[in-house]
Design a protein around this ligand. Structure first.
Ligand code: ZN
Length: 697
């Protein structure tokens, strides 16, 4: 019975201050941190609009696992001897061999708060000198009381492309950034109140798994926050967790994070064809139930549809023997759909029309009915803490039994090779790229397999990045224009991904979405919007133009095909046995022809102004002031010029607007129908205008 004992070390009443005395202060240009002789820390800006209070005993929690001690109840030690050392702009708390009441641990700890880069940096290290004690996890810093004194708090949250909340109440009880994943694309958030903001982020050059939680304190407008890191190691050098108080808008927080990112990483540069690509038609050729909607020869028809919408890439999903979401990772060309030769020839014909082809693979799923699972599963699959395989189920049709998948771990060399082989196959088929579904999606769940390149209890997220790097480097050597894609972005995979299939918050209009956060921090991102419908409404198309996303149309089910090919408008019964159907009300609102014509003209307009809208730099609304109900504007710079997309979101009424851009003067105004327009004339319902400004001297 080797029962593990988990000990929570709370440094209650610790002998923290052998050097007790008067207040000790460290300062940035905008904020002061004070440590008093009662162990209290306060941080506030010079106007006291942002104010944090805590006691040092609450600043961290370490969780240890003892491998040899069989007792499962232990009294918390309140006599640990943490000492304090104060020096210029720096405070250190440290202890050797933290003691429990009757058990000495072998763990030493050091926690530092230091002023650097005009911010407060929280870092340190933990180490165990014996194999008996493992550091399971760390919570640091824990900031239990953040008050914002301004009139209105805006919370900017790195979920997907971004979320924005206009108050603590709107933010809700609690949210966690489980980084890196589709719902935690960057490990930081910021809260702005009036003209003061607080930035909280993890600056970790290993991009280790980090959980940042922000919670509203019940019945108040105040917050508490904690950064939690799973460790499962004997030693741990903490990255820098940064708290910065700053003046001005959220853009300053984004710039601060980006300048750190640039010191450590580079964003992948895709080939020119991706920059110029207008977007993609996603087509499932064969569904999970075996229904073939498009044999390989019909890729010609998909090219016709793509051209109707002005889309220049086709994503082939469900293209292999198992159809979509079945028999993974067996992606063999299907003889019943025409075989490998017909597929290759169809790809060549698409190329002759100027259309790129990307083929699908899933970077995480293994179908348990395959021989691959039976014979290679033990080496490749992710195991949970309970030593059971991590499972996932996908049911596309309700009259079928669920397809049972296990999750693969990229920490397995064999899995990385399996994925690599699929890229080589895609290249040999003549495709322009491969999409690894879900690689950018999943949270970094911990894998306890002993067969992998990580230690048990660690996440595979660094190996997802390694897998993409290995594949991308090899394929680029064979064809520099070959692209590696994934579904969903985060700023870890962003280093090795040429093109992203958007999914998650901000890739489509919805409440609280704020695509600006990620797009402004990483304007290089090449991503499609997410639109699981065989048409694009005007609203969805205008949204993509405003935020510099590429267009997407999806054809996934038989009723989608009938809508696209036969013009048949669906009703509720059309998708009766299908899960995840498209938005039927959108399909009922306009015909495929109406949608295609609008999207075609909008893409033509985007191409005309491609210096801004394709090759310019997205700057969100920085420096742009727009007045007018329902009207929003976003900018794209190109050298000394700035292009601004203005959108009247109201679907029924005309709208007035006034716009000013700091440091620029108006040059010309444009409309997708190519009629001449005046800068400030009425905007028609749900319409776009494009204004070009030049720098004023
Ligand atoms: Zn693993």
């Amino acid at each position: 019975m080797n029962k593990f004992i988990v000990i929570f070390l709370l440094f209650l009443n610790a002998n923290l201050y052998s050097q007790a005395g008067s207040d000790f202060v460290i300062k940035t240009s905008k904020a002061t941190l004070t440590l008093n002789d009662r162990n209290n820390i306060s941080i506030s800006d010079n106007k006291n609009l942002v104010h944090l209070e805590l006691n040092v005993q609450d600043l961290w929690t370490i969780t240890l696992v003892n491998k040899s001690n069989r007792r499962n109840e232990l009294v918390l030690d309140n006599k640990s001897s943490f000492r304090t050392e104060k020096s210029h702009q720096k405070i250190k708390f440290y202890a050797n061999e933290i003691k429990l009441v009757d058990i000495p641990t072998s763990v030493s700890a050091e926690f530092v708060i230091e002023v650097k880069n005009d911010a407060f940096y929280f870092y340190g290290n933990l180490s165990s000198s014996s194999e008996d004690w493992i550091i399971k996890s760390l919570e640091y810093p824990k900031l239990p009381n953040i008050k914002l004194g301004g009139n209105k708090s805006n919370i900017y949250w790195s979920d997907g492309l971004g979320l924005q909340f206009n108050s603590a109440v709107e933010f809700g009880e609690s949210r966690t950034l489980d980084y890196p994943s589709r719902s935690a694309t960057m490990p930081w958030y910021t809260i702005n109140s009036d003209d003061i903001g607080i930035y909280v982020g993890a600056h970790d050059s290993t991009q280790h798994t980090t959980n940042i939680t922000l919670s509203r304190i019940e019945n108040t407008n105040d917050f508490e926050t904690v950064i939690n890191t799973p460790i499962n190691e004997k030693e741990y050098i903490m990255p820098e967790f940064v708290v910065k108080l700053y003046e001005g808008s959220w853009h300053n927080a984004a710039q601060f994070y980006r300048s750190w990112y640039d010191e450590n990483f580079e964003v992948a540069n895709g080939p020119d064809w991706v920059i110029n690509d207008t977007g993609w038609l996603l087509a499932i050729l064969k569904q999970q139930n075996g229904n073939v909607m498009w044999p390989y020869r019909d890729i010609d028809k998909l090219c016709d549809i793509a051209e109707r919408f002005n889309l220049t890439t086709i994503g082939l999903f469900g293209w292999a023997i198992g159809g979509h979401d079945r028999l993974y990772p067996n992606y063999l060309p299907d003889p019943l759909m025409g075989g490998e030769r017909e597929l290759k020839e169809a790809i060549k014909r698409a190329h002759a029309r100027g259309i790129k082809i990307v083929i699908y693979a899933n970077g995480k799923l293994i179908d348990t009915s395959t021989d691959y699972y039976k014979y290679r599963g033990i080496e490749t699959i992710a195991f949970g803490a309970d030593k059971k395989p991590r499972m996932s189920f996908y049911v596309k049709h309700n009259n079928l039994s669920p397809v049972i998948f296990t999750l693969a771990c990229a920490g397995s060399e064999l899995w990385r090779e399996t994925m690599h082989d699929l890229a080589l196959q895609a290249h040999s088929l003549g495709a322009d790229g491969i999409l690894y579904d879900q690689i950018g999606v999943y949270s970094p769940e911990l894998c306890y397999s002993t067969y992998h390149d990580h230690k048990p209890g660690q996440s595979d997220s660094p190996f997802r990045l390694q897998m993409m790097r290995e594949i991308r480097e090899d394929l680029k050597a064979r064809n520099p224009d070959f692209v590696v894609m994934t579904e969903a972005s985060n700023n870890s995979v962003l280093r090795e991904i040429d093109y992203t299939h958007g999914v998650g918050a901000g890739y489509a209009p919805s409440n609280n979405v704020f695509p600006d956060l990620y797009r402004y921090t990483f304007p290089e991102l090449m991503a499609t919007q997410r639109n699981p419908n065989p048409l694009l409404t005007k609203t969805d198309a205008n949204f993509a133009l405003l935020y510099g996303l590429k267009y997407e149309v999806e054809i996934r089910y038989t009723a989608d095909v009938q809508y696209i090919i036969k013009g048949k408008t669906p009703n509720e019964d059309s998708y009766w046995n299908v899960n995840y159907p498209p938005d039927i009300s959108k399909m009922q609102s306009m015909s495929m022809e109406e949608s295609a014509n609008y999207v075609h003209s909008l893409i033509e307009f985007k191409n005309t102004h491609g210096n801004f809208l394709k090759r310019g730099k997205f700057i969100s609304d920085e420096g742009i002031t727009i007045k007018g109900k329902d009207v929003i504007a976003r900018g794209f710079t190109n050298d000394d010029e700035l292009g601004v997309v203005v959108w009247n979101k109201n679907e029924i009424e005309n709208r007035n607007f006034e716009i000013q851009v700091s440091g620029y003067k108006h040059k010309s105004s444009h409309h997708p129908s190519k009629q001449k327009v005046k800068k400030n004339s009425l905007l028609e319902p749900n319409s776009i205008r494009f204004l070009i400004f030049e720098k004023s001297n």
